[in-house]
Design a protein around this ligand. Structure first.
Ligand code: THG
Length: 368
């Protein structure tokens, strides 16, 4: 494979020096910023994530900050999830949709104060959509991308490592709650969250200059825990059913098709853009939906859409969007969007890869 040409359009992160020193082997670009994808190998990274603890440069999870008297109102316009119960200290996973109910992003929202929120975004230019709405509606709110870069601590030893840096109280954080913890005299926002099913934290590092000191402290404090640099792992996130915006879902999908209906309370999300459209699809139910799919045999990299067909026929009944060989489950784990006629567990499918057709089976649930 060729390399990515360095330029100002592909932003480095506050942790890039640490990532390079750890021997990063490949990157992707996400929100116009570098995101590591491999350190030792995808499989070695996978086993290490599931048995030790990793520190992830997830600066690409950029923050869209909404600040001002209309911040709360604008937040509720963005999502069909009812935000009335949200309080400072809470994180919410929120589907964001356009006027037809199409997915625009699936961030983690943080409420910092009554008049201040962060959207920790997936890979789409959400800042422009939010700025556009605020401007067109004359809202009294400032929408900007602050100098904030999440650093994730993930894996079974994440509690031990985080407590060595932030103190034992960090262990009391509940899932999707955050608090402020001291590091070298600075208060840092630490949440119990992260893009894996192994458990852990995300530190929202404010100020580029504060990045490397924290990175280095974590690496130093975790030596006996076998801490290493890591990154969101393709195999583990598919096993866990964590969706990737732009891969497993796009603007062409509603939250219900993505299996994110459980994060929608459209009926009471008054003012949400696309509310009428979503009320219709919620009532009828989607006609296609995301499924866990096991695939037999050897598969090539899933770097394009694979059609899903009825075995032996030429009829397309879905698309497969992510796949990887799983060492722990002795099959290829995959995520696809399947039409309702073929979405029941146990249904046999044909997956049209660039290397030819493979046999797939719809699973009852994801693996983790
Ligand atoms: N953390 C932060 N920002 C992010 C991500 C993250 N931005 C980009 C991307 N990831 C957004 N997508 C997701 C997808 C899944 C989850 C979080 C962000 C997630 N899902 C939990 C699950 O499926 O188990 C459920 C969360 C819940 O129950 O509320 O965590 O990872 N900061």
């Amino acid at each position: 494979m060729a390399t990515i040409a360095p330029s100002r359009r592909v932003r480095r992160t506050p942790f890039s020096d640490g990532v390079e020193a750890a021997g990063v082997k490949s990157y992707t670009v996400y929100n116009r910023m570098l995101l590591p994808t491999v350190f030792r190998s995808v499989e070695e990274d996978y086993h290490h994530l599931k048995s030790a603890v990793q520190v992830w440069d997830v600066s690409v999870e950029r923050q869209v900050e909404l600040r001002g008297p209309d911040a709360g109102r604008l937040m509720q316009m963005l999502t069909p999830r009812d935000l009335r119960g949200m309080l400072p200290g809470m994180c919410y996973y929120v589907p964001l949709v356009d006027g037809t109910g199409g997915m625009l992003n699936d961030p983690v929202a943080l409420m910092l104060a009554d008049d201040r929120y962060w959207l920790s975004i997936a890979d789409s230019d959400l800042l422009l959509w939010v700025k556009g709405l605020a401007h067109a509606l004359y809202l009294d709110v400032i929408v900007e991308e602050p100098d904030v870069s999440p650093l994730a601590i993930q894996g079974p030893h994440a509690d031990e490592l985080a407590s060595r840096i932030f103190g034992d109280a960090v262990k009391d954080l509940r899932f999707f709650r955050y608090g402020f913890f001291d590091f070298q005299g600075k208060q840092m926002l630490v949440a119990r969250s992260g893009y894996s099913k192994q458990g852990g934290f995300e530190v929202y590092v404010e100020g580029t200059a504060n990045g490397m000191p924290l990175w280095n402290a974590l690496m130093e404090a975790g030596k006996d825990l076998d801490v290493y640099a890591g990154c969101p792992n393709l195999i583990e996130r598919i096993e866990g059913g964590l969706l990737s915006y732009g891969n497993d879902m796009t603007r062409d999908n509603t939250p219900h098709e993505c299996g994110l209906g459980r994060f929608c309370s459209t009926q009471t999300a008054i003012g949400c853009v696309g509310r009428d459209a979503l009320l219709r699809v919620a009532k009828e139910g989607p006609v296609k939906q995301v499924r866990a799919i096991a695939i037999d045999g050897e598969i090539p990299p899933c770097d394009r859409l694979w059609n899903i067909t009825i075995p032996g026929k030429d009829v397309v009944i879905g698309q497969l969007t992510s796949a990887a060989k799983s060492p722990d489950f002795n099959t290829n784990v995959a995520i696809g969007m399947v039409r309702m006629t073929h979405w029941d567990a146990g249904t046999e499918l044909q997956i049209e890869t660039q290397d030819g057709p493979r046999r797939g089976v719809v699973q009852e649930n994801f693996w983790l």
